[in-house]
Design a protein around this ligand. Structure first.
Ligand SMILES: Nc1ncnc2c1ncn2[C@@H]1O[C@H](COP(=O)(O)OP(=O)(O)OP(=O)(O)O)[C@@H](O)[C@H]1O
Length: 510
């Protein structure tokens, strides 16, 4: 039993971990085999085996090691972790990730490994499972120093949270966050635990190692309680941030358009500079971006919002773009920087499904009898369907899958079907409007942002434009009641900005 030989320090650790776990019964430990996560593995195993003593309900525990493929020792570490779990009877698995594919060559490998690790770990969680890491108080101190260096302000100084929710669905607990590294070392020595030392931990070229090895020891020597004080400061900053979130929430909700994540910036001109900055920062965090620096917030304001009225400003933020269209700001994936080249593809209607290029999703046509299905509205849209199919931990995840439908006349037997992307010449006559217009003018009238214009599939029957799928239908595409059938065309797409579809529905009904 734990009770007979447990020192008061270890009791403190058990108590803190138990306290953090309340209400959670399916635990997945992110286990690196290092000292911290070995201590957590050991504590969790003990709590699990004595759950009647420590916790109100027994819990399930498994561990995952992430093989980054960076160190030459990764295989040995994986088998070490396997053995440690086996000794304790804890189910164990390994996730392999590849940080060295071509796309990633230029980027900070440490940060990349970390992002990929969390993404893969979250993807492996079953429903109700939560992730645990072994971050402790000294890690928190290092994080705060790094936030100071980045200049990310009070939100950065809030550090890591003991209980966090990512992308609104993944729970991450850090049960050791209130425990010092010293406490964990004492536990490990007393329990004669076996762990591995990461060879890169001594490399002071990495900022975190530099702080841990060169800077913080002298601080701890002079002020032994320094890490506790820093942890308290982080908590105070977090409280302030939460309060600010509460106070700004109403203003923020008025600015953000949840359907595409865009931000109305006109009202920001009336606010004080700190309020404006706080709202812009919240907007970026809405996309789960890393804490933005003040400098970045200022650049968005100066280079995007305040750029000339006729300019099309683009600011690249790592993998994303910040763009302005009319009175709104948008965050977009970086591949939306340029428009697509004009292409023309034929659709053999033996196949109901047509896979679109450039990851634009797929089209599906379905012939319907006009008697059984006369749509009141030739458009129909379903936002966010299939979000469960998309398990990637992507900032655009919640905007990813959209299904739009439109209803047009069926093609005649001598009409070939094709899909064209890009601009087309000549005047177009579309339903809901009397006069002919050029395509560019229609995009403008419908408020379709420039970066989407070349990404909307145009359906042609021979040389005749029938519909810009999901956006408008031409007079040539109108359902003719004397025909027996019509076509329902559905577009399952990944595009993030579909405000246009709402506009087009309204437009058509006028
Ligand atoms: N290879 C790994 N496999 C599984 N879990 C890991 C791995 N590396 C680290 N972890 C988990 O992450 C925690 C933090 O580890 P570490 O401080 O080395 O990571 P980091 O890359 O600096 O990331 P962070 O910014 O989250 O601290 C560990 O206690 C452990 O729970």
């Amino acid at each position: 039993m734990i009770t007979t030989n447990t020192s008061s320090e270890n009791w403190d650790l058990y108590r803190k971990v138990t306290h953090c776990l309340v209400g959670h019964t399916r635990l997945v430990l992110s286990y690196s085999g290092g000292l911290d996560s070995t201590v957590l593995l050991d504590i969790l195993t003990r709590l699990k085996n004595n759950s009647d003593h420590f916790t109100s309900s027994p819990f399930m525990l498994r561990a995952i090691y992430v093989h980054h493929g960076i160190s030459n020792y990764s295989d040995e570490w994986a088998s070490h972790c396997f053995n440690q779990c086996k000794i304790r009877g804890i189910p164990f698995s390994v996730i392999h990730i590849n940080c060295y594919n071509a796309e990633n060559k230029q980027r900070n490998i440490e940060a990349l490994a970390r992002n990929l690790r969390y993404k893969k770990l979250y993807n492996r969680l079953n429903s109700k499972e939560i992730l645990l890491t072994a971050h402790h108080m000294n890690d928190q101190v290092e994080s705060l120093f790094l936030a100071l260096k980045r200049g990310s302000g009070p939100s950065g100084l809030s550090g890591m949270s003991k209980n966090a929710l990512y992308a609104n669905k993944y729970r991450l607990l850090r049960p050791l966050l209130d425990c010092s590294r010293e406490q964990l070392e004492m536990y490990a020595y007393k329990k004669k635990l076996v762990w591995i030392e990461d060879d890169t931990n001594t490399d002071t070229r990495f900022d975190r190692n530099f702080l841990r090895i060169k800077i913080l020891p002298s601080i701890y020597q002079r002020w032994p309680c320094f890490n506790q004080v820093v942890a308290r400061t982080a908590q105070l900053c977090r409280d302030q941030e939460n309060l600010l979130n509460e106070l700004l929430s109403e203003s923020f909700q008025k600015l953000i358009d949840e359907s595409d994540g865009s931000l109305l910036f006109i009202p920001l001109f009336q606010y004080s500079i700190p309020k404006r900055q706080a709202l812009l920062r919240r907007w970026l965090l809405h996309f789960s971006m890393k804490m933005p620096s003040y400098q970045l917030i200022n650049r968005i304001w100066k280079e995007v919002v305040l750029s000339r009225k006729d300019a099309t400003p683009i600011l690249q933020l790592d993998k994303y773009l910040c763009r302005r269209f009319r009175e709104k700001l948008y965050i977009l994936p970086v591949n939306m920087r340029c428009s697509l080249n004009r292409i023309e593809l034929s659709w053999n209607i033996i196949h109901n499904v047509f896979i679109l290029p450039y990851n634009l999703g797929k089209l599906i046509y379905q012939p319907l009898s006009i008697n059984e299905h006369v749509p009141k509205n030739p458009f129909d849209l379903h936002l966010n369907i299939n979000s469960s199919l998309n398990t990637s931990h992507d900032v655009f995840e919640k905007y990813k899958k959209v299904l739009t439908h439109c209803f047009v006349r069926s093609p005649k037997s001598d009409e070939k079907i094709s899909i064209i992307f890009g601009n087309i010449d000549g005047l177009l006559y579309i339903l809901g409007r009397n006069h002919g217009r050029h395509l560019k003018k229609i995009w403008q009238e419908l408020g379709v942002p420039p970066w989407l214009r070349s990404r909307i599939p145009l359906l042609f029957y021979n040389k005749t434009l029938i519909t810009a799928i999901g956006v408008f239908i031409t007079h040539n595409g109108k359902i003719i009641s004397k025909e027996n059938t019509l076509w329902k065309i559905s577009w399952l797409q990944d595009i993030i900005s579909y405000k246009i579809f709402k506009n087009s529905v309204r437009y058509h009904l006028e």
